[in-house]
Design a protein around this ligand. Structure first.
Ligand code: SF4
Ligand code: SF4
Ligand code: SF4
Ligand code: SF4
Length: 305
């Protein structure tokens, strides 16, 4: 049963976030949509909503799960009741740092780890494209984490330009790519564009407009997109970047740029590297579920939520 105090805190959390947590009817659609949950079974956005709904502020900000999230907002988009788990995640992270559950230094290291994790994802896909499927062990993880991505424009000359075939041009037209004026709003909104050499939607869209079809369809980068749609929402020119990247993947499969076993290898690699990321986050932040992480605080919770 929710106590009076918890109800008050729930109300305060809702006031601070406008996440509409009370509208949650526990359908689990957000869990099924979450890419981290799909890969690892370790992040349930529904649980984050539940903590907020019960007014369990301390448990919420001490939860390791809030740091596993990519902030992709797929949970927000899929929710039939417009609940916004990702908004709660961002709120809880800020509160966790403010309350000393996670130090500033640890938070900074976390964001650096998350940025370099995009390198790992790129290298993993690159290996899958070359039909490698060895387990991602310690040595590999650290090597990929510390190895910058090679320049993808090396070797491109004017002869490579405007080579996109009819299906490529058709998809570009469908996504309204020619309206792009390279403002970069999509890259700023993209949750996985922290390491631009690994993945940068604006760069991909520029390549589309330059007709660099072959280079794009063979690029590991197009497989790093988590299909969250944030680039599309952010674009002032109504370019549908999310759709364009989905189309590039379909074309890569249809035109035989990737082999039949590639999707399965990528799925296996994703599972391994997301699991590893979570283990690294646990090591870095040292959080345990529950209240054990909470520093002693003289301020009553109701005054600081
Ligand atoms: S999708 Fe929405 S209603 Fe369903 S469990 Fe998630 S937050 Fe609750
Ligand atoms: S924002 Fe993305 S990663 Fe985070 S909980 Fe929602 S779906 Fe999962
Ligand atoms: S936000 Fe839109 S216009 Fe700006 S770079 Fe991205 S796709 Fe182009
Ligand atoms: S859909 Fe857009 S914002 Fe989302 S991951 Fe892909 S490129 Fe980034």
């Amino acid at each position: 049963m929710i106590s009076h105090l918890n109800s008050a805190i729930r109300h305060r959390i809702e006031q601070a976030t406008s996440a509409d947590s009370t509208m949650c009817w526990t359908c689990s659609s957000c869990d099924s949509e979450c890419p981290v949950e799909i890969a690892t079974n370790r992040l349930r956005p529904q649980r984050i909503v539940r903590l907020a709904n019960l007014g369990l502020f301390e448990e919420l900000i001490a939860s390791p799960e809030i740091w596993y999230c990519l902030t992709c907002r797929r949970c927000n988009r899929v929710c039939p009741n417009s609940v916004k788990p990702e908004t709660l995640v961002r709120y809880a992270r800020t509160a966790a740092v403010r309350c000393g559950v996670v130090s500033y230094d640890a938070a900074r290291s976390y964001y650096d780890l998350f940025r370099r994790f995009q390198r790992v994802r790129w290298h993993a896909v690159h290996h899958c494209l070359h039909r490698e499927s060895q387990p991602i062990n310690d040595a590999r993880w650290h090597s990929w984490l510390n190895t910058p991505i090679p320049d993808s424009t090396a070797g491109i000359s004017s002869q490579n330009l405007f080579r996109g075939n009819q299906p490529f041009r058709h998809e570009a037209k469908g996504a309204d790519m020619s309206s792009c004026f390279t403002c970069g709003e999509c890259s700023s909104a993209c949750p996985v564009a922290g390491e631009r050499s690994a993945f940068d939607p604006r760069f991909i869209f520029r390549m589309v407009n330059l007709g660099l079809a072959e280079e794009l369809l063979r690029s590991p980068s197009i497989w790093l997109c988590v299909q969250c749609g944030r680039c599309t929402e952010a674009c002032p020119q109504l370019v549908d970047g999310c759709r364009m990247i989905a189309s590039l993947r379909e074309l890569a499969v249809r035109e035989g740029k990737v082999d039949e076993g590639f999707p399965l290898r990528v799925r296996d690699a994703q599972k391994q590297i997301y699991q590893r990321l979570i283990d690294e986050i646990d090591k870095l932040l040292g959080l345990q579920p529950g209240r054990e992480n909470l520093p002693a605080c003289p301020i009553p919770i109701a005054e600081c939520v």
